[in-house]
Design a protein around this ligand. Structure first.
Ligand code: SF4
Length: 450
């Protein structure tokens, strides 16, 4: 009997966390950074899905109330976001509140870290609150490079995926514009206001044009924005020390969780550049092709023809997707680069080569550690004046990064700092960042910047 009950509870979990069709639901997207989620919501809206980005961090206390303190910090923040949203909707709609109308978006990744568990944990908590068991959680997984099969009707899938990827790249570009301009702005605060405005304009553009399959109007809107943005720079302010930011994707990107680290660095003389979101999407695609290539080699050695055919098809599929992504990314950065010198994003293969060169780490271990360690290495070779590793307290891959990148950066004589966050305010943190920036400024004075 006990066994049957256990099986039922597992079946329940699979029925309400998975890749569900989002058609006809209010689709709720957590805000990871101030730009990207809003552009992605625009893409969904273009395909007829009423998508909305949830207010973030306001519900942190609710997230903390339903967690023990051992969970990853992004899990706590996103849980707070969904619970707070539901609370507000109940208040707003009263008897008209129908939880089954909502679908919550929480992607996942495979092991060894815990990102694959967030949506399951959120499911358990939602199930424990009367009514909220009806809110479905839809998910995409890094294990198949975020295949959207099931979410969107089959005939729209390809177009949707292309528009979704473009929204990620355009979001990255807006972020890079912010970090390029803000340290040199003509008057305080104009860049933040401008970028928030640009986000609204581009979210509308994505909502209007994504499903038509022709992205030219979106790119023209972006080009117009870049031309305007250029005028915000005061040419009399000299260039500053260039700081590369690596680390766990959610906390390094979520400005409230990382207590606006890049702004603090800027206060002490930095121009910061965070790792992009497209890096992770490109990595998951690259990794699928990489694994298929390895499997192909193994099956070739054993003359397993059927498996070889499967591996070859998989390898070709993901290599083509990656080729398309790089092509699209390059097109956008080239167009922006004609007007404003933002830093172009890197590709994944050189990162893997950098790790292999001295056997520093391996893509076989996976997680973000392989990206963060290799990025720190590549950025230091490019002449960056300092590296910051931002991550949630207790994050397994980031602590791995810290243990490897720190001595490496010391060897390369590049200032480096680990900063971990768990929602609490540490009085000494700003002093540590200021000291780091002093070292980075000395590096800048001696070596210049790339
Ligand atoms: S990367 Fe770190 S914070 Fe994110 S799920 Fe894994 S262990 Fe948790």
């Amino acid at each position: 009997m006990k066994k049957v009950a256990q099986l039922d509870s597992f079946r329940d979990m699979a029925e309400r966390v998975g890749r569900f069709s989002v058609q006809g639901k209010s689709f709720l997207i957590p805000e990871m950074n101030p730009v990207n989620s809003h552009l992605l919501a625009g893409v969904f809206q273009s395909y007829g899905v009423p998508a909305e980005v949830m207010e973030t961090y306001t519900g942190l206390d609710l997230g903390k109330k339903h967690t023990s303190g051992k969970e990853c910090f992004p899990c706590v923040v996103t849980l707070g976001d969904i619970l707070y949203y539901m609370e507000k909707e109940k208040e707003r709609l009263g008897d008209r509140f129908k939880p089954e109308r909502y679908m919550y978006f929480m992607p996942e990744a495979g092991g060894p870290c815990r990102f694959g568990m967030y949506n399951k944990y959120h499911r358990i908590i939602l199930d424990s609150i009367p009514g909220l068991e009806k809110v479905k959680i839809t998910s995409l997984s890094a294990d198949d490079a975020y295949d959207i099969q099931g979410l969107i009707p089959g005939d729209s899938m390809q177009g949707f995926r292309k528009a979704g990827y473009l929204s990620v790249v355009v979001g990255d570009v807006l972020d890079r514009m912010l970090w390029r301009i803000r340290p040199y702005e003509r008057s305080e605060g104009i860049t933040d206001t401008f970028i928030m405005n640009a986000r609204e304009r581009l979210a509308e553009s994505f909502a209007k044009h994504s499903s038509r399959g022709d992205f030219t109007p979106i790119l023209l809107d972006l080009e117009g924005i870049v031309k305007e943005a250029k005028e915000l720079i005061d040419p009399n302010i000299p260039r500053k020390a260039l700081i590369g930011v690596v680390g766990e994707i959610y906390v390094r990107t979520h400005v409230k969780s990382n207590q606006d680290t890049i702004r603090v660095l800027e206060k002490y003389g930095a121009e910061g550049v965070n790792a992009s979101l497209a890096e992770w999407i490109n990595y998951t695609t690259y990794d699928q092709a990489r694994r298929a290539r390895i499997d192909l080699g193994l099956h070739l050695r054993n003359f397993q023809l059927k498996e070889m055919k499967k591996d070859l098809l998989k390898y070709m599929k993901y290599s083509l997707i990656l080729f398309y992504q790089y092509m699209q990314q390059r097109k956008v950065y080239r167009m922006v680069g004609k007007h404003l010198d933002i830093i172009e994003d890197h590709r994944i293969a050189p990162l893997e080569r950098a790790l292999k060169k001295n056997n520093t780490f391996s893509f076989e271990i996976g997680t973000e550690a392989c990206l963060s360690i290799s990025s720190a290495l590549v950025l230091s070779h490019h002449g960056y004046n300092g590296i910051v590793n931002i991550f949630p307290f207790t994050c397994m891959p980031s602590n791995l990064t810290a243990s490897i990148a720190k001595p490496l950066m010391r060897k390369h004589n590049v200032p480096y700092i680990d900063v971990s966050y768990d929602g609490s305010f540490q009085p000494g943190r700003e002093a540590a960042l200021r000291t780091f920036m002093y070292q980075a400024s000395q590096h800048f004075k001696t070596h210049g910047r790339p």
